[in-house]
Design a protein around this ligand. Sequence first.
Ligand SMILES: [Zn+2]
Length: 212
Amino acid sequence: MLIGPPGSGKGTQARMLQEKHGFEVIRTGTYLREMAAGSGPESAALRAIMDNGDLAPPPMVTRMIINKLAETLKKAGKVVFDGSPRTLYEAELLYEAIERMKVKNAYVIYFGNLDQRETRERVSKRYFCDKCAKPYVSVSEKCPVCGGAMKRRRDDDPEAHENRWEEFDFRTRPVVSYFRRKKMVIDIDAKGTIEEVAARVEKAVAGIARSD
Ligand SMILES: [Zn+2]
């Protein structure tokens, strides 16, 4: 599980683990954004919550990620959660599911040592391809990989970003404490360049593999 404040680089590092180390990634934010983009009253309600930078309803998210975990573990042996669990409620249910499914080597990589000023600066420069979801920091008009349009995430707006930090402080920090008590947390210094952080994440993952 990758946990950190908004703009801490979790998504980018999840992608690195996927491309270099063969992990399947369960991206809660992406699934939720897909659902929010749908039609119907449920999608509209979810869209309103997320555009504001608020967290999606935990029972819905939890149901979704546990189903996804069972499904993904059947296909691939190694799974990374990018963006879950965000609340203590999700954490407790996910932990139960992990125990039930007898998943070994379950860890939380915590992206720490960041402040809001820093991440606001980071996300103000971030763009995503609308088609293949590849992240970019520069602004070209089209995605160099697939030609899709470049978009910013609505929840990267300064106001939503601040709100997401508040949600993180109040609702996600207890998750980190919860897993800390279970001795599952590996702390990563998330300051520095993408490459520097990637090297720290790789070291952590190599450590887990060695203890296997
Ligand atoms: Zn693309």
